[in-house]
Design a protein around this ligand. Structure first.
Ligand code: GFB
Length: 313
């Protein structure tokens, strides 16, 4: 990418897209194409066609997606499948037809089988059944990375895919019905402490393990891959370490200063028991994560405190 290359960040107001915009700005890329959902509905093929015909971006970061935590995934399967298939199909196809030089598609670690050996290597894709709570989202993301592969093979289109682990950071969704676990814990413990509540509810058993990556690390990896990787195979992006939900609960409660009790609501789903990514491929390319979990959570909590009044929670 050159400093004046026209770069389209699809989904620039989301957790990932906003981090990519910050990272591009820090690296001196100023010619960014950014459109809100109101301006361009990416699930609408005609809108996407118009955008690409008008602007012909040279590079595309495809960070737009219908995303959510375990409850949203589990209860809104049609939206997660249909909207993601539509968004990614429209954007990847339009980018190819309008001469985009390179596109980076963002997937998710939930593409891998529920019982995949840990840590999960890229080549365990499609070797077993998916985790039921998010199989709809996972199927859409698998279709997206396969579309990138297919367009590369048949048309020579330079489309690559990155598969991030569970993400967190500034700009996350703190709405408890739709959020992932980390923003949910921040919100729950902060509110409980403020209100002097003696108990906070945690979903599931607390035994599942998750790997968490700060979104600024992911954005850095996306730029790295855009500039240095041209392969047909997708690349895992993670922090390389996992933590149980119970341990995470203690960590977040400590950072926020919540000293009340926690109650595990086992009527809520646990999801998959582990999903740690094998990131040796990315490390071999020369990239490593840099943001430790504890300081990343502290920074995210500070962001939450600053933006709390304007969040829809
Ligand atoms: O982050 P999370 O919603 O998504 O949940 P997944 C992770 C774990 O935290 C689960 C537990 O075991 C939850 O039961 N948990 C405990 C909570 N308390 C809470 C809470 O208050 N809110 C939430 N949300 N979880 C998602 C997928 O799975 O991961 C997506 O559904 C995507 O498709 C994303 O892949 C990265 O890690 O289970």
């Amino acid at each position: 990418m050159k400093p004046d290359s026209l770069i389209y960040v699809a989904g620039h107001r989301g957790l990932v897209g906003s981090a990519i915009v910050r990272r591009l700005g820090a690296a001196g890329f100023t010619n960014l194409l950014l459109r809100t959902h109101q301006e361009t509905d990416l699930a609408n093929q005609a809108s996407v066609e118009q955008l690409f015909a008008d602007h012909r971006p040279e590079y595309v970061f495809l960070a737009a997606a219908r995303v959510g935590g375990i409850l949203a995934n589990d209860t809104r399967p049609a939206e997660f499948l249909k909207e993601n298939l539509a968004i990614q199909t429209n954007v990847i196809d339009a980018a190819y037809r309008h001469g985009t030089r390179k596109l980076l598609f963002l997937g998710s670690s939930c593409i891998y089988p529920k019982n995949a050996p840990q840590p999960m290597r890229e080549d365990c894709l499609l070797t077993g059944p998916l985790e039921p709570t998010n199989e709809w989202y996972a199927i859409a993301k698998i279709a997206g990375l396969k579309m990138c592969q297919a367009y590369r093979r048949q048309y020579g289109f330079n489309a690559i895919s990155a598969m991030p682990t569970n993400l967190y950071g500034p700009g996350d969704n703190f709405n408890l019905k739709g959020s992932h676990v980390l923003p949910a814990l921040i919100c729950k413990f902060h509110e409980a402490r403020e209100q002097g509540a003696c108990e906070a509810e945690i979903w599931g058993t607390g035994t599942p393990h998750r790997e968490f990556l700060h979104v600024d690390d992911l954005a850095d990896a996306c730029l790295f891959l855009m500039e240095r990787y041209d392969g047909e195979h997708w690349v895992n992006v993670g922090s390389g370490s996992e933590i149980s939900i119970s341990e995470l609960v203690s960590l977040v409660a400590g950072i926020i200063g919540y000293r009340g009790a926690v109650r595990f609501n086992t009527a809520m789903p646990d999801g998959t028991s582990r999903k740690l990514l094998d990131i040796s491929k990315l490390r071999a390319l020369g990239w490593n994560p840099t943001i430790p979990l504890e300081s990343g959570i502290q920074q995210t909590y500070n962001w939450y405190l600053q933006h709390r009044d304007s969040l829809r929670i």
